[in-house]
Design a protein around this ligand. Structure first.
Ligand code: 5AD
Ligand code: SF4
Length: 548
């Protein structure tokens, strides 16, 4: 039995083995007779989804088993998001419930992975001893070791159950260059056989870790560290391996994905292999040699072109999230000439007020942002464009907000994700500016903006009626609303309803004859004619006769 000296109030402790002592069961990982059962829940962005997938593959290969049932698990892992307070609160309320269960005698190991772990730091383990391990997003390759240490229980100091980088040690180019274990984690991807069909045909591939932009509201540069770009050969190899396994859609991931730049030979290890360099950042990206004086450089446009040419099995290549500044015409040109690159951009404006953009340290004006969108539309008239907006940033006045409304009304975006500003520890904004926009005002602003966007989205979707698209089928609809407004099962009689996305990322819903057909189409790309539109989706008609 493993018992660690966690300090819990005597009267709260209900551990049968030490009745009333100031200790309770360690991470409840009695050395298992069968392989431990893991429950992993993921919060936040696509980066986290990818991290969870890689962690799952890694642990799976080591013999851990996975379950969807949190109550049945020996190990509960939360891959956390720190971007807004609400996301953090959700995790801590889950942890609170598990703490009660532990106090009532349940043996379960609780692990926090991801940005909350990094932001809180190792001392969280002494402040909240019900949590057994912490692992930041830059340390996920060390998770098996941490789990091992938890199993050793009292023999291991709590510091050995935390792997975080700490804000004072933001991964530098040298440090990152010296470490390629994270790189191996990306490359050692394994598919989870229990995943749905469409999932096995779509995958995320990371091209850049971290962010150098330091928008004043954002924790990401602290939690994910400095920008480090993966070598293009490793990325192309990963795409080829995925294509060989049947993947037909790849989404490239980076916090500022268009800033990808790899300077060849920037760091070479003792084995002669290139190591990832950190990005030269904004100013260098603006220079003609991209800060690489004389060295061979692979830009984001080069990388897109390479994947498109060298991995034709990938029928859809997408990327998120773009940063509006320095999005070069070279990228738009490659997109224009590469039929398998989706004409989809997620490129957040964050605000329509120059004054607020400046306070956010976004590095562009509204005029520059508009000019960029005009360029996108000129190159790719059929592009689907989405953005993010934050309302209620400190000092945002009614006038600032009206400017944001004007921007949202005038840009032909398929959707905008709208967030209420949430002050985050460790950011510049929380130190510099009081959170002075009332919650009720933030709420009103978010609702108003969502209404405006809904109308714009409806117009964007309506112009698609009568067009033909190729839709990547992702889901059998859970529910179907009949003409009477009644919610019915996804298949009714001989008809099943499926949904997927066009190359411009427009959600499209259509009927197919029967469940068997629906299942067969999952994870494939099929021709569909658009016959109707709503603010959030298109209605289509399957056109198998147009199959190419
Ligand atoms: N408060 C509210 N929204 C935020 N975002 C990032 N940080 C914050 C914050 N502190 C939003 C931005 C970003 C998206 C991923 O989350 O809009 O683009
Ligand atoms: Fe955060 Fe700004 Fe980096 Fe995006 S670009 S991750 S908002 S700091």
């Amino acid at each position: 039995m493993n018992v660690r000296p966690h300090r819990f109030p005597r009267d709260a402790a209900a551990c049968p083995c030490n009745a009333g002592q100031w200790t309770y069961h360690a991470g409840s990982m009695p050395l298992p007779t069968t392989n431990p059962l893991v429950y992993l829940e993921t919060f936040g962005c696509q980066m986290n989804e990818l991290d969870s997938e890689l962690v799952t593959g890694h642990l799976h290969a080591l013999g851990y088993r996975f379950t969807d049932d949190r109550d049945a698990a020996n190990i509960v892992l939360f891959n956390t998001c720190s971007v807004r307070e609400q996301a953090e609160n959700k995790v801590f309320s889950r942890v609170g419930r598990l703490k009660q269960e532990k106090l009532a005698g349940r043996r379960v190991t609780i692990g926090l992975l991801g940005c909350v772990a990094e932001r809180e730091g190792a001392s969280l383990l002494s402040r909240q001893p019900e949590i057994d391990l912490l692992c930041g997003p830059g340390e996920l390759d060390r998770l098996p070791m941490l789990l091992d240490n938890v199993m050793k229980g009292a023999l291991v100091d709590w510091r050995e159950r935390a792997a975080v980088q700490g804000s004072s040690t933001r991964r530098t180019a040298t440090l990152s260059a010296a470490e390629d274990s994270l790189e191996s984690l990306d490359l050692a991807r394994a598919f989870d056989p229990s995943r749905g069909d469409s999932d096995r045909h779509a995958a995320y591939v990371r091209i850049t870790r971290g962010c150098n932009k330091f928008c004043t509201y954002c924790v990401v540069p602290n939690t994910r560290g400095a920008e480090v770009h993966r070598p293009p050969d490793a990325i192309v190899d990963e795409c080829k391996a995925l294509a060989d396994q049947g993947v037909i859609e790849i989404t490239l991931l980076g916090q500022t994905v268009n800033h990808y730049v790899y300077v060849h030979g920037a760091a070479v290890g003792s084995d002669g292999r290139e190591r990832p360099p950190s990005g030269p950042g904004l100013t260098a990206v603006g220079q003609s040699d991209r800060g690489a004086a004389g060295r061979r450089v692979t830009t984001f446009a080069d990388l897109l072109r390479r994947i498109h040419e060298e991995v034709p099995g990938i029928r859809r290549l997408r990327f998120v999230t773009s940063y509006p500044r320095d999005f070069g015409d070279d990228i738009l040109e490659v997109m224009q000439h590469s039929p398998r690159i989706c004409r989809y951009l997620h490129v957040p404006a964050q605000s329509g007020s120059d004054r607020i953009l400046k306070r956010m340290n976004r590095g562009y004006t509204v005029g520059q942002y508009r000019a960029f969108i005009e360029r996108v539309v000129a190159y790719l008239p059929d592009a689907g464009i989405a953005g993010d907006i934050i309302v209620g940033f400190p000092t945002e006045t009614d006038e600032d907000f009206e400017q944001t409304c004007k921007l949202v009304r005038e840009l032909p975006f398929k959707n905008n994700f709208v967030f209420k500003y949430s002050p985050r520890p460790g950011t510049v904004a929380i130190d510099r500016y009081a959170d002075d926009v009332a919650e009720s005002v933030k709420r009103q602003r978010i609702n108003r903006l969502l209404d405006i966007q809904s109308e714009v989205s409806r117009q964007v979707h309506e112009r698609e009626i009568g067009r033909n698209h190729h839709v990547f089928v992702e889901k059998i609809s859970q529910a179907k609303t009949s003409g009477s407004g009644r919610v019915e099962l996804g298949w009714v009689g001989d008809t099943a309803q499926v949904s997927g996305r066009t190359p411009g990322d427009l959600i499209t819903v259509f009927d197919v004859p029967g469940e068997a057909t629906a299942r067969r189409l999952l994870g494939t790309i099929v021709p569909v004619e658009v016959v109707g539109a709503a603010p959030r989706l298109l209605w289509g008609r399957w056109r198998p006769e147009n199959e190419s």
